[in-house]
Design a protein around this ligand. Structure first.
Ligand code: ADP
Ligand code: MG
Length: 442
C-alpha cells in the first residue's frame, strides 16, 4: 500500500516539477514576489497531494524562508538557509525532504539537531506532513534505550531525526539536514558531526538552517557541500522582529528580588535561562517560594523529566520553565510571553536563539535580561550581532528578599533506591510520603 502511494506521488510530482522548473528559479531571485497573496503554497513546485496536506494542517501562506527555500530544495540543491527564529524553517526543509523522498522512492533523510527536545519536535512536524504518504520516521536520541531505537531502525524509516551521538547506519542517507546548523558545527558537536559527514554517501543533498550563521561556520560547512545556494531572508543574527528587549543592570545579589518583581508584573508564561544547571535548580526553587509554579529543564534531568517539564509548561501546568541553553534552540512553544535571561548567554548568537522562543510565527514577545555591571561588554557584542541598540532600564524598587527554603537536592543523590527515596522524603517533609520519585514520573 505504502509503495503504491509513493508511486502515485512520483507521477504527480514529476509533472509539477517539470512545469515549475523555470518559475522556481525566478522565484528564488525575487522572493518578495512569492510571499503573500499568490495562491499560498502553490507555484513553489510542491506536489498536489502535499499541498492538500498543508491545507489540511491550516498552513495557507508560505513564510519568506519557505517561499525562497522550497523551490531550490525541491530541485535537489544544497542549501544554507538563514531566517529569523520562529519563521517556519522546519517546513522550509521538511516539505522538500518529504517530496524528494517520494520522488526518488528510495534513500533516506537524516535530520541532525542539537537537543532531544528539538528532535522530538521536528519529528512531530515531519510525521504530520508525511502521514498521508506513510512516511516512517525514527528518533534517535540519548536517554532512550538503545534496543528500542534499534527496533525503530529495523522498520526501515524514511527519515531519521536525532542528536549526533546517537546516529548510526548512514549508508542510505541521500538527504542530510543540519537544523540549527551553526550549533551543530561549532566546537561542541563538530567531532561527532564531522564523523557523520564522512560516513554519509558523497552523492547527497545537504541543507543547513539557522537564524545565525557565522562566516567561519559557513566556510567549514561549504567544504561538505556542492555549490550551496544561500537563501537568506534576514542577515545572520537578526533577532525576531516583534520582540521588545529590556535590560536591567543588577548585582548578583539583587537578581532574585528583581526576578520576584518581574514575575509579579507579568502574568503570562515565562521561559527563564540560567547559565548553569545548578543555578537553574536554585532559581526554580526561589520561584516556587515566590508562589509561582515552575519546572526545570537541563541535562541533569532524565529524558522523562525533561519531557514532563516541557509538556507541563506547554499545557500551563507550570507558569515558568527554568532552563539552561538546551532550551535555547528551536523549541516552539506557543504564547511564551516573556523570555528572561537571568544570566546573559555565553555568546551573542545564543541571545538571538533564547529570545527567539517568544515572538514566534508573527506574534509579539518580550525579552528581559539581567546584566551584572561587569558584563556590559556582552551587551555590546549582542548589539553588534543583532545590529540594534538596547537601552538599559532603570532598576525598579525591589521587594524584600524572600527567606531561603531548604530543599534536598535530588539530582545530587549518588544512588537511587526506594529506601533512600522514602528516607529523603521523610527528612524533607517530616513524614512518610507516598510520592513517587521524580525520575519515575512520565
Ligand atoms: P523556526 O525553525 O524558523 O524557528 P518553526 O519551523 O519552529 O520556526 O515554526 C515556528 C511556528 O510557525 C510553528 O509553530 C509552525 O507551525 C508555524 N508555521 C510554520 N510555517 C507556517 C506558515 N506557513 N504559516 C503559519 N504558521 C507557520
Ligand atoms: Mg527550527
Amino acid at each position: 500500500m505504502a509503495g503504491r502511494v509513493f508511486f502515485c506521488m512520483i507521477q504527480q510530482t514529476r509533472i509539477v516539477h517539470a512545469h515549475n522548473n523555470s518559475e522556481s528559479q525566478t522565484r528564488l531571485r525575487s522572493p518578495q514576489a512569492t510571499y503573500g497573496g499568490q495562491g499560498g503554497f502553490s507555484g513553489l513546485g510542491i506536489a498536489p497531494k502535499l499541498l492538500e496536506v498543508l491545507a489540511s494542517l491550516k498552513f495557507q501562506t508560505p513564510t519568506p524562508i519557505q517561499a525562497k527555500a522550497i523551490p531550490a530544495a525541491i530541485e535537489g540543491k544544497d542549501m544554507i538557509g538563514i531566517a529569523q527564529t520562529g519563521t517556519g524553517k522546519t517546513l522550509a526543509f521538511g516539505i522538500p525532504l518529504i517530496q524528494r523522498l517520494m520522488q526518488t522512492g528510495q534513500g533516506m533523510g537524516l535530520v541532525i539537531v542539537p537537543t532531544r527536545e528539538l528532535a522530538l519536535q521536528d519529528n512531530e512536524a515531519l510525521e504530520s506532513l508525511g502521514r498521508a504518504f506513510h512516511v516512517k520516521t525514527a528518533v534517535l536520541i540519548g536517554g532512550v534505550a538503545m534496543g528500542y531505537q534499534l527496533r525503530m531502525l529495523q522498520r526501515r524509516p524514511h527519515i531519521i531525526i536525532g542528536t549526533p551521538g546517537r546516529i548510526i547506519d548512514l549508508r542510505l542517507v541521500n538527504i542530510l539536514i543540519l537544523d540549527e546548523a551553526d550549533r551543530m558545527l561549532d566546537m561542541g558537536f563538530a567531532p561527532q558531526v564531522n564523523q557523520i559527514l564522512e560516513a554519509v554517501p558523497k552523492d547527497r543533498q545537504t541543507m543547513l538552517f539557522s537564524a545565525t550563521m557565522p562566516e567561519n561556520i559557513v566556510k567549514i560547512a561549504t567544504r561538505h557541500m556542492k555549490l550551496p545556494v544561500r537563501v537568506e531572508v534576514a542577515q545572520s543574527g537578526t533577532a525576531a522582529e516583534r520582540v521588545e528587549h529590556e535590560l536591567f543592570v543588577a548585582r548578583k545579589d539583587q537578581k532574585a528580588r528583581l526576578l520576584d518583581k518581574v514575575l509579579s508584573e507579568h502574568k503570562g508564561s515565562v521561559l527563564l535561562f540560567s547559565r548553569t544547571k545548578h543555578g537553574a535548580k536554585k532559581i526554580c526553587r526561589d520561584i516556587k517560594a515566590m508562589g509561582h509554579s515552575a519546572a526545570e529543564i537541563h541535562s541533569n534531568k532524565s529524558l522523562a523529566q525533561r519531557r514532563e517539564a516541557l509538556e507541563g509548561f506547554k499545557l500551563g501546568k507550570y507558569r515558568v520553565l527554568v532552563a539552561t541553553d538546551i532550551a535555547s534552540r528551536g523549541i516552539d512553544v506557543k504564547g511564551i510571553e516573556v523570555v528572561i535571561n537571568y544570566d546573559l548567554p555565553e555568546n551573542p548568537e545564543d541571545y538571538v536563539h533564547r529570545i527567539g522562543r517568544t515572538g514566534r510565527a508573527g506574534q509579539a514577545g518580550r525579552a528581559i535580561s539581567f546584566v551584572v555591571p561587569e558584563q556590559r561588554y556582552k551587551v555590546k557584542a549582542i548589539e553588534r550581532l543583532t545590529r540594534s541598540s538596547f537601552p538599559i532600564s532603570p532598576l525598579p524598587e525591589l521587594p524584600p528578599a524572600r527567606p531561603s527554603v531548604h530543599v534536598i537536592d535530588e539530582d545530587r543523590r549518588p544512588t537511587f533506591s526506594r529506601r533512600t527515596q522514602t528516607h529523603v522524603r521523610r527528612d524533607y517533609s517530616g513524614q512518610r510520603s507516598s510520592h513517587r520519585p521524580s525520575s519515575f514520573r512520565r
